[in-house]
Design a protein around this ligand. Structure first.
Ligand SMILES: N=c1c2ncn([C@@H]3O[C@H](COP(=O)(O)OP(=O)(O)OP(=O)(O)O)[C@@H](O)[C@H]3O)c2ncn1[C@@H]1O[C@H](COP(=O)(O)O)[C@@H](O)[C@H]1O
Length: 105
């Protein structure tokens, strides 16, 4: 797994016991699942707007925010990013159209 993802996941796990006044992530955890989901909705929308505006730097920035908040969600739910990477690995090389066709047989 990407070393950065692994390190970030470790920090996000540690933030479960951190002071919400000292940590953005601890503060978000303290607000609960709905607050995390709201952030993901906002960041997804901001990503879409950046792409529609053709703003490359903003698109990268907002995508980083979106990925980050999905990592926060996974950690909150007791899941690690390696599970998502494993799923992408499993799909790698498999045509999306073929996969869809199998599901609709
Ligand atoms: N990668 C990030 C990261 N990306 C984005 N953000 C925060 O996510 C928020 C994005 O929300 P917005 O763009 O809506 O900005 P905002 O107005 O400040 O947000 P709200 O007040 O609405 O929540 C900002 O506050 C960013 O600072 C992040 N906060 C933390 N990390 C990583 O998480 C680690 C732990 O962070 P702390 O828990 O704060 O120590 C850090 O060392 C970083 O590695």
């Amino acid at each position: 797994m990407s070393e950065l993802l692994q390190q970030l996941a470790q920090v996000l796990e540690q933030r479960k016991t951190a002071d919400p006044k000292q940590s953005y992530v601890a503060n978000l955890y303290s607000k609960g699942l709905d607050a995390i989901l709201k952030k993901i909705g906002e960041e997804a929308t901001e990503t879409v707007i950046a792409a529609k505006n053709g703003d490359t730097n903003q698109l990268i920035y907002e995508t980083a925010d979106l990925w980050f908040h999905t990592l926060v969600l996974l950690t909150h739910q007791g899941l690690g990013p390696e599970l998502v990477l494993n799923e992408l690995q499993r799909r790698f090389g498999q045509s999306g159209l073929e996969e869809k066709a199998k599901r609709h047989q």
